[in-house]
Design a protein around this ligand. Sequence first.
Ligand code: DGY
Length: 381
Amino acid sequence: MSLVAFPFKDEDPEVLLKNVRIAASHPRVREVLCVGFAEDECFKAVRREAPAIQRKAGVRVVVLLQERLGDRRPGKGDGMNTALKYFLEETDLERIHFYDADILSFSEEWITKAEEGADQGYQVVRHYFPRASTDAMITWFITRTGFALLWPKSVLPWIEQPLGGELLLTRSLAERLLADERVRRQSDWGIDTLYTFAMVQHGASIYETYIGVGKLHKLYGKLTDLKTMLIECFAAVQSLKEEQVPEGGAHRIEYPGPVPQEVREKIGYDIEGSLALLSEGWTPRQEELLACLPRKVWEGMLACRSFPRFGFMDEEVWYLTYQALLEHFSSQDEDWRELLFRLWLARTLQYTMSEALRGYDHALHYLHQMVGRYVRRAITR
Ligand code: DGY
């Protein structure tokens, strides 16, 4: 029997409550846990409704504020780790599921498919779903790229959605994750990277289950919306760069189905608004930091100060840039943070204009092949 956890922060309470009701009425679920970031309106609404849902479904519905467990910015990591701690200390249930609180397309099937994967003996079941060709830009250019460069022989680069917040863990794996100091410390957006990394390093068997309806949730405006997430996700990969990970490992991916037209046509971010960000806010120090990067990059980025440019940031140049960032980037340094953001922006725009523009199938094929090329290159380096 399982616990379903929804970490949340200032969400639409109706969406979250609908998802809580779905989870509470699933036959495999004994308890639903909502972990809020702060005592905001959403938190109060969920706490108010929880007793009625509990009475109707006959399972416990608990609403908690997240604890301060880590030492990075207090964020999603503390929320997920609070849920893990509750699961291990307050229940004796066998499995924990995590779902993001804002999923509009959440249904019973998400829970059933995860349970079916675990019934086959997998210690982790991760949900993956179709995403727009210009969504998931941190996943592709930061996380999967970093995993390919650093641990090319492991399963890490092949995990479809390493930043996904929808997953099931067995109790024994949850114990190992919470006992891992690196995981506990990661209170910010880096938590998904740490969970994914730690489960592979601990040798867990992983099944990725495909959810064809996709995760309908709000997309982003200008890419600045993703700045903090981007920086924290890169810093998380960088913090692990000296670690060793076993080669191979048990990892199966359910074959995907047709991609809904809505996802194929969706534009993931505001391209015009993001373009201007390449030219804005340069400081003399950021210009100096460019010296750590390949020549093409510093020439291209310096030119951005008068007019946005990105054509130079192709797959090859991004590989070299990423290597240099792994060595030199400092997440405590505001100029480095700005520069990382602009470099990633250039990569994202270059990909958008030269690959995503050619259509959905081309773009997704390109991204998967890109990871494969990085893996081969890192292995033969
Ligand atoms: C990602 O890259 O996966 C983030 O969720 C932003 O889309």
